[in-house]
Ligand binder design. Structure first.
Ligand code: FNR
Length: 192
């Protein structure tokens, strides 16, 4: 049996990011279900704002090369997506854009094709970032990612986590862990 490899990250650089916490809960669920999970912090991959002239003149910055390699080395994506003005954060969109660029001798959209993703969000607001997920789902779907229908948006995120980073509400904690489990289960079947 092939053990599914999942790359988990949040679309936020913030040190105390609610979405990083949420990602860790789901990642734990995926590990329990048998996946190998790599947690990544986009802060460790500082990418300039995508600029086609910069790309033409200098190619990919080192951070982009490293991020692309991480994307290609995993079959699953576990993404916790903050919502900025009802949409995707610029940090996440920028990373997606850099990783979408073609490379000679490589299949188109090699970082995305045949990938399976699960989405979640957390926000201090009542909707929990749900509106942003609509856009992230659409973007990823259009570049070849199979985005699972299961998702979770956690509202009042500033009050939702305990000191250990668990969701205080046991049902929410279980539901977010189950997202990681679901992604693992689908990948396990696809890889069989
Ligand atoms: C926000 N925030 C926000 N929240 C929300 O629920 N809906 C929104 O449309 C927005 N818009 C928005 C725009 C900008 C520019 C910022 C900086 C913030 C608040 C956001 O959810 C909050 O800052 C979270 O803490 C971001 O997620 P992390 O960084 O905690 O993971």
């Amino acid at each position: 049996m092939t053990i599914p490899r999942i790359l988990a990250f949040a679309g936020s650089a913030r040190q105390d990011s609610f979405n990083k916490k949420l990602m860790r809960v789901a990642a734990a669920g995926a590990r329990t279900a048998g996946a190998e999970v790599t947690e990544l912090d986009l802060r460790d991959f500082p990418m300039p704002l995508f600029d086609q002239d910069l790309e033409a003149a200098e190619g990919f910055p080192e951070s982009v090369l490293q991020f692309r390699a991480m994307m290609k080395a995993h079959q699953g994506l576990l993404l916790a997506c903050p919502e900025y003005n009802s949409s995707i954060t610029p940090m996440l969109k920028n990373a997606i854009d850099w990783a979408s660029r073609p490379v000679e001798g490589e299949p188109a959209l090699a970082c995305y094709r045949d990938k399976v993703a699960v989405l979640m969000s957390a926000s201090p607001g009542g909707l929990g970032g749900l509106r942003g997920l609509v856009h992230v789902r659409s973007i990823l779907g259009n570049i070849g990612v199979l985005v699972l229908p299961d998702q979770k948006a956690i509202g009042s995120a500033h009050q939702a986590f305990d000191e250990q980073g668990h969701l205080k509400d046991a049902d929410q904690q279980a539901a977010v862990q189950a997202l990681g489990g679901r992604l693992t289960a689908v990948l396990t079947k696809l890889l069989a």
